[in-house]
Write a protein that binds this ligand. Structure first.
Ligand code: UDP
Ligand code: MG
Length: 213
């Protein structure tokens, strides 16, 4: 409770000191993580006026992912924390671990494989500054494979009773501290991040983005 109170103060009374967290789940991304960090994420974060921290959650990678991120030279003004899980727990639990570790007033989750356009982060933050508690990226255009996959997901979830589901939602989103604090109270082991976030009931904003896969 005390921690929540302090967080609240830092986030809402000192807007200039705002910290933005970026949570990245990583499982066997040795092939591309370096280029994602160097060419996409870090240039975007460097241009923000807010302070930023990166939380990398290595989800039990069996390749050199962990070594690569450990040895990566991050710019000094970006705080970096690496959470190394003991085994592969799956993306949903990796995100959960990352959200618990994140200290920012807003927390952005983004995939490590470059499929989510990091250059859209400023737009997400802008919406957040305008008052959005959740900003979710939705696919503007995509390959047939993904279109089919998300179409199927949409139909199934709709049948399962979730009438508010938006088609094309990605796990590329920004959550306000208030939402993260609520999310962190879930104790479910078998999780589906998107479903749990929807369940919390906060109004969501959406931005259409062009994906790169
Ligand atoms: N990921 C993870 N644990 C897993 C599988 C994936 O942390 O067991 C990470 C992965 O490194 C990537 C993100 O979750 O950053 C999305 O994974 P993937 O690209 O395989 O999923 P898709 O693009 O099919 O949604
Ligand atoms: Mg992917």
């Amino acid at each position: 409770i005390i921690i929540a109170f302090i967080t609240y103060n830092i986030c809402y009374n000192q807007p200039m000191e705002e910290l933005i967290s970026v949570v990245i789940p990583v499982f066997n991304e040795a092939a591309g993580i370096q280029s994602f960090l160097k060419k996409e994420l870090i240039p975007t974060l460097k241009n923000l006026k807010e302070n930023t921290e990166i939380i990398i959650v290595d989800d039990g990678s069996t390749d050199k992912s962990l070594e690569i991120v450990k040895n990566y030279t991050f710019p000094r003004r970006i705080t970096v924390r690496i959470v190394a899980l003991m085994k592969n727990f799956g993306k949903e639990l990796a995100l959960t671990a990352g959200l618990r570790e994140a200290e920012g007033c807003a927390v952005i989750m983004i995939d490590a494989d470059g499929q989510h356009p990091a250059e859209e982060i400023p737009r997400m933050i802008e919406k957040w500054h305008e008052g959005a508690k959740i900003v979710t990226a939705i696919r503007g255009s995509n390959t047939t494979k993904h279109k089919l996959g998300s179409r199927l997901y949409y139909i199934l979830m709709h049948k399962a009773g979730d009438k508010n589901l938006i088609e094309g939602e990605m796990d590329f989103r920004l959550l306000d501290r208030e939402v993260v604090d609520d999310f962190n109270q879930f104790t479910e082991h078998n999780r589906f991040t998107r479903g749990l976030i929807d369940w919390l009931g906060y109004p969501q904003e959406y931005i259409k983005v062009q994906t790169k896969d």
